[in-house]
Design a protein around this ligand. Structure first.
Ligand code: EPZ
Length: 423
């Protein structure tokens, strides 16, 4: 298994290009199942999760071609000949559940493995299923699979999500585009990835209003056409790299960054004493000498502070001046980076969904273990300013969501290298 070695060093300077959003691409790709005409996605990120979704769609008989070095994905489900998403693929990536709604809407049947939990929590899919049942699907759970049917097709429905769910909103939104009649989704997720999906579906001929707000209204149509759609910028990669100069000092310009994608996160950086400026090419983040100030953070659904940036923010606050309280309200077990940061000398008390971080002068490099995608990158960020060498193991987690992290950080002066594992 590869590992990444970071040597704590000086200030950073230069530019980092931000790629297309993993979490947008993972819902845009299954949208190809809604039409038998070609769907082309541009600005696609080159990540292992995208390759996993490619394998899943190909297992269903869809065609997926990665062109232009993977930046362009040419998809077509004209040849769809299998309605079963196998456990072997689904267990590798929970987002596989996003083929359920589109397959059901297109052909009235789908058999999809339940994804199972993951390191950060149980992550059930009950809301996905309840929304589809409200639209007339019959679902039978057996042998670890959801056997879904919609004889005569799905019908429009009014459905209120009891809690905000990104994935369940995406599944229901895609299914509703081909349902007979009108669907109203209440307490829908408002993430930019939902807005991006709605814009792509509209390009395909869907009739959708209200995306980005808590109520999305969809007028079902008989069929959808092909389209070409650019994947929205990845706000989590953006926020992650905004923290690099905040932690290591210096100034870095994030190319393609938009403040509207990370407003709540940028407000917390500003409160901590980090400068965030909009430029013609993106966002420029800088920190003068001296320590950042401690700030409190509470994760919430968009437009609140994103749970996917909580681990990375904690890495900054480990060396802030004062005590910071981080509340994780979305997932039940998303502080696994804390014990690893403590190996580097951080002072963190975790009680349930709350972590209290007391800033120290400087962390010390150490061998650390990555446990999930965002935890792994928070350890790399911590290593940028730590004394000595930090070795992050199990970086396959990292490659799921970050393109060439060592190249992007190395290009702005970080002392970072990837050591190929022996397996
Ligand atoms: C998406 O996961 C993202 N993944 C996650 O990013 C992100 O952390 C999460 O949204 C929250 O923003 C993708 O988009 C592929 P949810 P998702 O449904 O859709 C509970 C990353 O690092 N819930 O909004 O699975 C759930 O357990 C990943 O890129 C149910 O109870 O998240 C959680 O507590 C990690 N029943 C809460 O809702 C359901 O049916 C929010 O989950 C669905 C969810």
């Amino acid at each position: 298994m590869d590992k990444i070695i970071v040597k704590g060093g000086g200030a950073l300077s230069g530019q980092i290009p931000i790629a297309g959003a993993k979490n947008a691409c993972l819902t845009l790709m299954p949208a190809t199942l809604l039409s038998d005409e070609p769907l082309t996605l541009t600005n696609a990120p080159r990540l292992s999760d995208i390759r996993t979704m490619t394998t899943l769609l190909q297992s269903l008989g869809a065609e997926v071609q990665a062109l232009n070095g993977g930046r362009v994905l040419a998809l077509s489900s004209h040849g769809l000949n299998n309605h079963t998403a196998d456990y072997d693929i689904v267990r590798k990536m929970r987002a596989s559940i996003l083929v359920l709604g589109p397959m059901l809407a297109r052909d009235g049947r789908a058999i999809v493995s339940l994804p199972g939990g993951c390191a950060i929590g149980a992550r059930p899919v009950d809301l996905h299923l309840r929304a589809l049942e409200a639209m007339g699907a019959t679902l039978d759970l057996r042998d670890g699979y959801v056997h879904a049917e919609a004889k005569g097709g799905l019908r429009g429905a009014v459905f209120e999500f009891p809690i905000v769910s990104v994935g369940a909103t995406e599944n229901a939104l895609m299914a509703a585009t081909l349902a007979r009649g009108t669907t109203v989704l209440r307490n829908a997720a408002r993430e930019p990835e939902i807005v991006d999906l709605a814009q792509c579906l509209r390009r395909m001929g869907a009739q959708i209003d209200g995306e980005g707000s808590s109520t999305i209204t969809i007028q079902g149509v008989d069929r959808l056409n092909g389209a070409t759609h650019p994947v929205v910028t990845d706000r989590i990669e953006l926020g992650t790299y905004m923290l690099a100069p905040a932690i290591a000092g210096g100034a870095v310009e994030l190319l393609g960054g938009k403040l509207s994608l990370v407003a709540a996160f940028a407000e917390r950086l500003d409160a901590a004493g980090v400068t965030v400026e909009e430029t013609a090419a993106g966002l420029k983040v800088s920190r003068k000498n001296g320590r950042v100030s401690a700030v409190d953070v509470r994760t919430e659904p968009f437009p609140g502070f994103p749970t996917d940036l909580q681990a990375q923010m904690m890495a900054l606050l480990c060396c802030a001046d004062g005590v910071s309280v981080l509340e994780e309200t979305i997932f039940e077990n998303r502080f696994m980076h804390a014990p690893e940061l403590m190996r580097m000398g951080a002072r963190i008390d975790v009680h349930g969904g709350t972590a209290t971080v007391t800033g120290v002068d400087r962390l010390k490099g150490a061998p650390v273990m990555a446990t999930d995608l965002r935890a792994s990158v928070s350890l790399i960020l911590a290593g940028l300013a730590a004394e000595g060498e930090t070795v992050v193991n199990r970086v396959y987690h990292l490659d799921r969501g970050y393109e060439r992290v060592e190249e992007k950080l190395g290009a702005v002066g970080a002392r970072i290298e990837r050591v190929r594992g022996d397996d």
